[in-house]
Design a protein around this ligand. Structure first.
Ligand code: PAF
Length: 286
């Protein structure tokens, strides 16, 4: 695996692949990689002759009181893991490379509507930062396919809309969530939790399963299931931001008679950490 930090070196590699008729798969990450990220690399590997992963902790997607400064940075370990999972190129830019005009003063990309609800309402500007850095990565790498995890469900929808509306012509693959034993969705932020908290954090996935189970029984209105899920999280020591059903493509609030095409989404704070997870109601094996 080659490690590049400059745009020129990155472009030399991608140009050579395209000249030889090869295809390019991109896996954008913020590093501190775990099995979930490695599964994204595996999906890119199946689809492209050159797999590029980026590791960049993107300042513009963090709010002023969020964890940008302490976000775990483990580039050596990341490089070893990526190489072992079949990645060809690791792009490791610094802030000046990604934001030549400065992180605060550069061009911003905004995906209105989808970016303003749920996570976007709680983390204003977050998805503008994501859409901006992902657009830059798409322009730099010009991949045929890019792989993102479904754990960040809203992010995936924002990126799909970005690709559609800015005519990027890139296939976006949404990778299944990889879970720890007991159901906790893998996340770099899980390491902020101690062993006991990590065990207790399984409650998020258990709540989602209960929501989807109740939905399938079809006896209680959606609002009642949502309220029950929030109560369950509070009783387990979480501070829920939301526990809701939404249209799986638009995130619109569903009408009372909708029976399919929904996703259950939970965000809750626990032990100083914000956990997000989701489960599609049509998922055959929740
Ligand atoms: O999902 C992430 O790790 C980040 O939001 C992404 C897509 C790499 C953009 O910084």
């Amino acid at each position: 695996m080659q490690i590049v930090t400059s745009i020129d070196d990155l472009r030399a590699l991608t140009r050579a692949t395209r000249r030889d008729g090869g295809s390019i798969g991109l896996v954008p990450t913020m590093g501190n990689l775990h099995a979930g990220h490695h599964s994204l690399v595996a999906l890119a590997r199946e689809r492209a002759s050159l797999v590029v992963a980026s590791v960049f902790v993107n300042p513009t997607q963090f709010g002023p009181n969020e964890d940008f400064a302490r976000y775990p940075r483990t580039p050596d370990e990341d490089a070893r893991g990526l190489a072992a999972h079949g990645c060809d190129v690791l792009f490791l830019p610094d802030v000046a490379t990604m934001y030549p005009l400065g992180a605060d003063d550069g061009v911003r990309v905004c995906v209105p509507g989808l970016s303003d609800v749920l996570e976007g309402a709680i983390r204003p500007g977050h998805f503008d930062g994501v859409a901006t850095v992902v657009s830059k990565l798409f322009n730099l790498v010009q991949p045929d396919v890019a792989v993102f995890g479904r754990k960040d469900y809203q992010q995936l929808l924002v990126i799909r809309r970005l690709v559609l509306d800015l005519c990027f012509g890139i296939e976006i693959v949404g990778a299944p969530i990889v879970r720890e034993e007991g159901g906790l969705a893998m996340s770099s932020r899980n390491q902020y939790l101690d062993a006991g908290q990590r065990q207790a954090a399984r409650e998020v996935h258990a709540t989602l399963r209960a929501m989807v189970g109740e939905f399938r029984e079809g006896e209680r209105p959606l609002e009642a299931i949502e309220a029950g899920a929030s109560r369950r999280l509070v009783e387990a020591g979480f501070a829920p931001d939301y526990a809701v059903f939404r249209n799986a493509t638009t995130l619109a609030i569903p009408g009372p008679d909708v029976r399919e095409g929904l996703v259950a989404l939970v965000a809750a704070r626990f032990g100083g950490v914000r956990l997000i997870d989701n489960l599609a109601v049509d998922d055959p094996a929740p």
